[in-house]
Design a protein around this ligand. Sequence first.
Ligand code: MRU
Length: 344
Amino acid sequence: MRTILWENNTIKLIDQRKLPDTFEVLECKNVVELGEAIKTLAVRGAPALEAAGGYGVALAAFERDFTSVEEIKEYIKKGAEYLASTRPTAVNLFVGIERVLKEALKGERVEEVRELALKEAQRIADEDVERNRKMGKIGAELFEDGDSILTICNTGSLATVYWGTALGVIRSAVEEGKKIRVYACETRPLNQGSRLTTWELMQDGIDVTLITDSMAGIVMQKGMVNKVIAGADRIVRDAVFNKIGTYTLAVLAKHHGIPFYIAAPKTTFDWSKKADDVKIEERSREEIIYCNVKCGKTLMAPQDVKVYNPAFDPTPLELVSAIITEYGIIHPPYDRNVPEILKL
Ligand code: MRU
């Protein structure tokens, strides 16, 4: 099924907090429930957040009765503001929210506002599936039969509406008949790699081996991987923001002469910004001091230890060999080629 969809005026999403042991569908009936789902990573990954933001604004339009068009417009604006406050780093969340809000505000009656909002939200979700397929096909040409690829976090169907970005490229290469082996970093502290990426790839029968994040160095040193690919939450003029640990992989890849690729749709580019303008989400100490969200309250560190828990890091663009998008593969120099290929 799609990671996120609209049914009977509710948003249904695969609850990613429960995977891999339980496959459960979470229903969000109002914007506050959706906001909680976003904050707690029941739904996560930049393109999935773009769809969630869009559907969320539509949900605000459907979650109660309105007596005038002014009232519904005020209400969805507040809903949009709340959703925009849930997570700061992935620019796609804001893209989805703003796109649907802009369209909905053109409505002249309550019903029209609802209709416009829902149509636009559906369009975002459908476009995501289509662009991931394109990106996959385009990116697959960088991968050869026999490649062994290191990846981080989860960039598959679960991080998008369907198919994936970086994992989508791997899926497409495998679909073309190439034999590919994947090494998945567990991606501490919330383990999107060990819980979600391995689960997705095993379901597809793709050869995957799990490693802890600190094993990335030895895996490269021993020649066990010959390419690295990751997704992105925001790409600015001088850096790619992605899951914490991506920067480490890029530096290691450079040292070992291994290509380091990023796969992301056009909506992840925030080209008017630079790294210093981007807010990196800092998450709770509990994610680090306890075993993790899924094994309850087993302490892994002294309860009162000082903790630093940034969810993302910026990788300087000079460490990125190429960026795969649905418009083509972008090679350096990015300051010239990104605006030219993406028409930014
Ligand atoms: O904190 P998360 O799980 O939302 O972080 C997700 C990532 O960092 C992904 O790599 C990124 O969003 C790209 S997903 C196609």
